[in-house]
Design a protein around this ligand. Structure first.
Ligand code: ADP
Length: 306
């Protein structure tokens, strides 16, 4: 295991129970958090166990944001699935809260897409199957992610997708009442928003994640979201009309009629969207090549498939 930055000396963060994390280089910055690579130490001995350490100022303003963070921790800490970023622990130290997460050293699908422009169909099949696995697991537990997008889909060291950032996730069904609560909050990145979220007074449920899977599949193939526009208003207008087009099949895009059918099965009114199991049984995935792994070189260039 390669050692992480020692210059300048990394700040050491000690948990109340004595575990130590030596923070390394920053991995990225989000809306209210900064994420660092870190190595766990057993006393003064490095363990070689690398993690992602998300650091959030404890005193968050406004209070609503702090509440969101608490709900993110409550939801994320209960999840365990091979395609969801593992949550190890959270603790407070001085003026910050630290969240110790599984390290995803290969960045996000958004980073990969920026470099590659569009992905090959076998890559899209593998990634979408993995996303569907995570979404099935979440929906089975009545959790809706509400912010699925390429920037929240991280890649572990073996290029497996890990769904992350549960900042907007919501528990739809309270365990006691088992009563479905449709959420009415407006959230999500405009490009991935399901149209029902725009309708005033109408709530939305786990179907918004299925819509987002359609947007993700299109985006990975084309390099741009289907309702892409330069302003929020234009995106909303396109979403309301429900019309999107596919660019001409050319060297700059990657499509097939089965992929188009997959996307068009998802970008439909909410009651018509297939659940994850039905998504992965569509023709796009059947009788077609699904790689059992994706090389890390795929971050930079298209793999050559058999
Ligand atoms: P916020 O909740 O403020 O949006 P994020 O959870 O998105 O913060 O994290 C901010 C950035 O840190 C991400 O965009 C990504 O670059 C990086 N990051 C977050 N989690 C991980 C992880 N588990 N492994 C590697 N990098 C991560």
């Amino acid at each position: 295991m390669s050692s992480i930055h020692a210059e300048p000396p990394p700040p050491i963060v000690t948990e109340p129970d004595g575990l130590i994390y030596a923070t390394g280089p920053a991995l990225g910055k989000g809306g209210f958090a900064i994420c660092h690579r870190a190595e766990r130490y057993d006393g003064s001995k490095p363990t070689g166990h690398l993690v992602a350490l998300k650091i959030v100022k404890t005193k968050m303003e406004p209070a609503k944001l702090a509440q969101k963070f608490v709900s993110e921790l409550q939801i994320h800490s209960k999840l365990a699935h091979p395609n969801i970023v593992a949550f190890y622990r959270a603790f407070s130290f001085q003026t910050s809260t630290y969240v110790v997460l599984e390290l995803c050293p290969n960045g996000s699908l958004a980073d990969m897409l920026k470099r590659r422009k569009h992905l090959t169909l076998p890559e899209i099949r593998r990634f979408v199957i993995q996303i569907c696995g995570a979404v099935k697991y979440l929906h089975h537990r009545h959790i809706v992610h509400r912010d699925l997008k390429t920037g929240n889909l991280f890649l572990d060291e073996n290029m497996n997708v890990k769904v992350g950032d549960f900042g907007l996730a919501a528990l739809l069904v309270t365990e006691k009442e088992m009563e479905v609560k449709r959420r009415t909050t407006m959230c999500g990145t405009p490009n991935y928003l399901a149209p029902e979220i725009l309708e005033k007074g109408k709530g939305h449920d786990e179907k918004v994640d299925l819509w987002a899977i359609g947007v993700i599949a299109y985006t990975l193939a084309v390099g741009k979201a289907p309702f892409h526009a330069s302003t929020k208003e234009e995106i909303y207008k396109k979403l309301r009309s429900g019309t999107y087009t596919w660019p001409e099949l050319s060297a700059t895009t990657n499509q097939s009629s089965d992929l188009r059918a997959l996307v068009s099965s998802l970008l439909v009114p909410e009651e018509q969207r297939p659940p994850p199991d039905q998504i992965v049984s569509q023709n796009f995935f059947r009788f077609a090549y699904v790689p059992s792994s994706i090389p890390t070189s795929a971050r930079e260039q298209a793999p050559s498939w058999p």
